[in-house]
Design a protein around this ligand. Sequence first.
Ligand SMILES: C=CC1=C(C)c2cc3[nH]c(cc4nc(cc5[nH]c(cc1n2)c(C)c5CCC(=O)O)C(CCC(=O)O)=C4C)c(C)c3C=C
Ligand SMILES: [Fe+2]
Ligand SMILES: [Fe+2]
Length: 338
Amino acid sequence: MTKPSDHPSVPATGGVGVLLVNLGTPDAPTPAAVKRYLAEFLSDPRVVEIPQLIWQPILRGVILNTRPKKSAHAYQQVWTADGSPLAAITRTQAQALQERLGDGIKVRWAMRYGNPSIPAELNRLKAEGCDRLLIAPLYPQYSGATTATVVDKLGEALGALRWQPAIRTLPPYYDDPAHIAALAADTARQLSTLPFRPEVLLLSFHGMPERTLHLGDPYHCQCRKTARLLAEALAADWGDVRIETTFQSRFGRAKWLEPATDAVLAAEAAKGTKRLAIAAPGFSADCLETLEELAIRGREQFLEAGGQDFAALECLNAGEAGMAMLEALVRRELAGWV
Ligand SMILES: C=CC1=C(C)c2cc3[nH]c(cc4nc(cc5[nH]c(cc1n2)c(C)c5CCC(=O)O)C(CCC(=O)O)=C4C)c(C)c3C=C
Ligand SMILES: [Fe+2]
Ligand SMILES: [Fe+2]
């Protein structure tokens, strides 16, 4: 049967797509690009929970006139030939996952803030015939400021479509046995290559305003559980290493989750800890917060306070342990679709 001459052409359908999403990053390590990125990021009411009428004048009048220069300097210290580490690693993770899943599933990546955007990649997958999509926010622990805002943005993009794809989202995987096993294997692998045996292993998670915990955000508890399970998994071979949990990257004047990573680094050195390693099991990819704040500034803080040996471990990134885990999680969520 031929379609009527006034009938629109039918787009391709029947494909399955996976969209990996991480936080976002500036397009360049310049004050202007950082300003554009921070304006979008810090205007998200999920990230700064202050009424916009009060917050926007502070953001536009103060923060965006001071922070971009300082942050651009920090980004310059970690920028690579492939661009921002967070974007470059997320891209590599998507390529590696594509290879593992094969051509029957299309894998793309997006950034919640900045580029490539969620709407652009959603529309691209749809144009390529994917009418079933798994959106995977690459945050092991759920928070309103990260996981939920990916789904908000997705909803906004879907709202502009007449013909929407079917959607699934990857649940947080903070206590998933596959995640804990990947973290334990990769942490042990990295610890065993260090030229020293640490007395202390700090597990540093990105902070959040403490208020969000009391308002019911599960982030804090999920970080604590990841840390506890990881410590248990490491106990057999690394039981002599004391494991502590801290929260980093405080922003603004409100009280944030404690203890703070920078304060603990200085306090450990002051009380005589000489050898310390730090890992960041809340980040699926290395980024400004791990490469600059922990590996550069954290080292300075520990050594200046009297520490001797310091190592910042890498995130799971696109390594074997992390990719095997991601493949397992994604295949599980795609069950029934492929
Ligand atoms: C891993 C989870 C993250 C949570 C939770 C989170 C909360 C959160 N962050 C800010 C403010 C900033 N974060 C910045 C960078 C940044 N944050 C995360 C992850 C989480 N943030 C990542 C992966 C990155 C790195 C981005 C990169 O380009 O590499 C920044 C920008 C850098 C800077 O100027 O310092 C800010 C600002 C708030 C307010 C918040 C919770 C409410
Ligand atoms: Fe952040
Ligand atoms: Fe808690």
